[in-house]
Design a protein around this ligand. Structure first.
Ligand SMILES: [Zn+2]
Ligand SMILES: [Zn+2]
Length: 260
């Protein structure tokens, strides 16, 4: 799948023609998403695009952790060997470094909602994962990791849902808020694996009322669980467990913009 650039010019822009385009460019110059230098097209300047920490093999077949060095064939990182997980595997577009980390931070904590376009384009790269290549992704479902209501009110949007929605527009894969966060959890940082599990138990449920059921069902469905960042995988794992146990999803694959 190609790396999509910014959306095509609108009908109004096309009607305005080159003079109008020149005017629009003058008033609203297209800027690199990372360093803000003017660019002719695309989301990035050449320097920032070249510096994107894209995830490339070899990486762990379970959690997507990039391995520095040569490994022959599939491998599991030490963290994943012997670990039983509810999702099939997780794959990220970029490592959480440099430009990618900066974009996520601005998107999440500085309310730069407009960055959802470039981040969804990056996220789209995860669909090139060879294990997804043979799949009819149009029959899958994009589901965001939910935020607790109070957190969503405070942040004004759920970053994962914004990514889902954009990715859905780019790919035609349907998206639905199939999960809900039923209670607030303390931050996962600094907790060990057992503590993370305890912290997350009962924190998610399938959306009550299931308004999304009218459009698409979860039962027997293959799900792409979407989040901005994948760190330890505890949250993704608990979401996958609920999607399968409560929602009857057949399998869950986790896709994120970055791998922390
Ligand atoms: Zn740049
Ligand atoms: Zn791993």
């Amino acid at each position: 799948m190609a790396f999509p650039g910014p959306p095509k010019p609108s009908r109004v822009q096309r009607l305005l023609g080159p003079v109008g385009k020149g005017l629009v460019d003058l008033l609203y110059p297209r800027l690199c998403s990372v360093c803000q230098v003017p660019v002719d097209e695309g989301w990035f300047c050449g320097v920032c695009e070249g510096a994107l920490p894209l995830v490339k093999p070899p990486y762990c077949m379970v959690c997507g952790e990039v391995y520095d060095g040569a490994v022959a064939g599939d491998f599991r990182c030490s963290n994943c060997s012997g670990r039983r997980l509810e999702f099939e595997f997780a794959v990220a577009a970029c490592e959480a470094e440099e430009g990618a980390r900066e974009l996520i931070h601005k998107f999440k904590y500085e309310r730069r909602l407009h960055l959802r376009g470039v981040l969804a384009s990056l996220l789209m790269r995860t669909l090139e994962e060879p294990r997804l290549a043979g799949e009819d992704l149009g029959k899958w479902l994009l589901v965001p990791v939910p935020l607790h209501r109070s957190r969503e009110v405070e942040r004004e949007y759920n970053q994962s849902w914004e990514l889902c929605e954009r990715l859905s527009r780019l790919t035609g894969i349907p998206a639905a808020k199939a999960l809900v966060r039923t209670r607030e959890t303390v931050t996962q940082a600094g907790l060990n694996r057992a503590e993370r599990l305890r912290n997350l138990r009962g924190a998610f449920a399938v959306m009550p009322g299931r308004p999304w059921r009218r459009v698409v069902g979860l039962k027997g469905r293959r799900v792409l669980l979407v989040d901005d960042v994948f760190t330890t995988g505890s949250t993704a794992n608990e979401c996958a467990r609920v999607l399968k146990a409560e929602g009857g999803a057949e399998k869950v694959v986790v896709i994120t913009v970055t791998r922390g």
